[in-house]
Design a protein around this ligand. Sequence first.
Ligand code: FAD
Length: 424
Amino acid sequence: MPNAQVADIVVIGGGMVGLASAIALKDRGLDVVLCDPGESRARTSFGNAGVISRGSIFPMSSPGLWPKLPTYLRNADRGLRLRHAHLARVLPWTLHFLAAARTSAWRRAAKSLLPLTSAAYGEHEQLAARAGTKGLLHRTGWIKLYRDEAAFAGANLERAILAEHGIAMEIIDGADVQALEPALIRRYARAVLLPETGSLQDPGALIEACEGLYSALGGRFVQAVTTRLVPDHEGWTVHHAGGQVHARQVVLAAGAASAEIAKTLGYRFAFAVERGYHRHYALHPNSPPLTRPILDTGAGSILAPMGEGRIRVLSGVELNARHAPPDHLQIEAAAQEAAGTLRLGGPLDNQPWLGSRPSTPDGMPVIGRAPRHQGLIFAFGHGHIGMSTGPITGRIVADIATDRPPSVPIAAFAPDRLLSWPRL
Ligand SMILES: Cc1cc2nc3c(=O)[nH]c(=O)nc-3n(C[C@H](O)[C@H](O)[C@H](O)COP(=O)(O)OP(=O)(O)OC[C@H]3O[C@@H](n4cnc5c(N)ncnc54)[C@H](O)[C@@H]3O)c2cc1C
């Protein structure tokens, strides 16, 4: 067969999740082929905020959803922009999302995600040491900012759950917020500092370094889109634009494209993408530096320092089709708000970057063996926390592929939960 390769395992997708999986599989002595088109900016792992927080355990579908629903549906919340017709197109996701908006489900998800987020920083430290990127990773903490007392009180349940799980947190009163982060020019009523949180200065550079590490371990790349997955009695044939790879096992880690690929094998996941944008701005030369990422809850956006006075302004969520044309309204609004928060100059990029968070309605990733096919492992749907929890997911994938008990409990991430209609 022309251009046919043989490997132990093929990983589809070379974002943080796929690369970390490929590296962990090489560490276990497997012969690995990683299949990815190789377009760095097409990866959501390229353009995120780089926040690695133990406290990022809360799904988007929260108990606060119901009272806010009219605001969301009017597109009057800065953090969320939705295309109404699209909600119907992703109906299984929408129904699961609504069903998950309960305190009990929120608490359960937070508890299930905690082992993943707790392992995230340590895993990143190990990866950075091996990939030669220690200089990109800092334990800076991050700050959630509240513009008024009502907004702060609105996050009472969140803080109670964080406290129950022993997540370190400092509440800072209005007058002291600026002392904590002198670059802020806006007045905030309260701030919450999560000191255990780390941040990556340039997520795209880490991904590149991971490619180098994987190569140095003897990992092989196929720079192409996977077009078809065909199971047979010996395992799988993975078809791509330039040929095929035969392997006993396949890992599906194609981020936002994963559910479409799984559908070709008959798996209809409740899945959507939460699009997000970023744009860089220069901090004014006379401004003190921003020392850590900040979440301005009033603007629904994150501002993250990316080195050399560059501030990455990141938008909230746009619920729309993955390939729909970009809509810059939300990032423009975020940039306008950011200009009231920090002393910013003009944009440094010609156009905003657009990425797609692979979203499950219950806020938990899909990690586990496929229910109806041997040798197929799912590792996708990491939503807002895939950059941070990618490396620990890679370790779990390697555990599954080599039949070891997973490093952290994964029962809550089982694929079947999103393959049926929800009980509303
Ligand atoms: C604005 C924004 C801010 C964010 N901030 C944070 C944050 O602070 N912290 C955090 O932890 N997370 C954050 N995230 C989320 C995080 O970026 C994602 O969860 C994570 O990058 C997903 O990684 P992935 O490997 O699953 O997907 P990706 O990085 O998208 O990688 C998937 C890869 O699969 C490839 N692919 C697709 N189809 C195929 C195919 N058919 N064949 C082969 N390859 C294919 C793609 O080209 C891509 O390279 C943020 C996301 C956004 C949008």
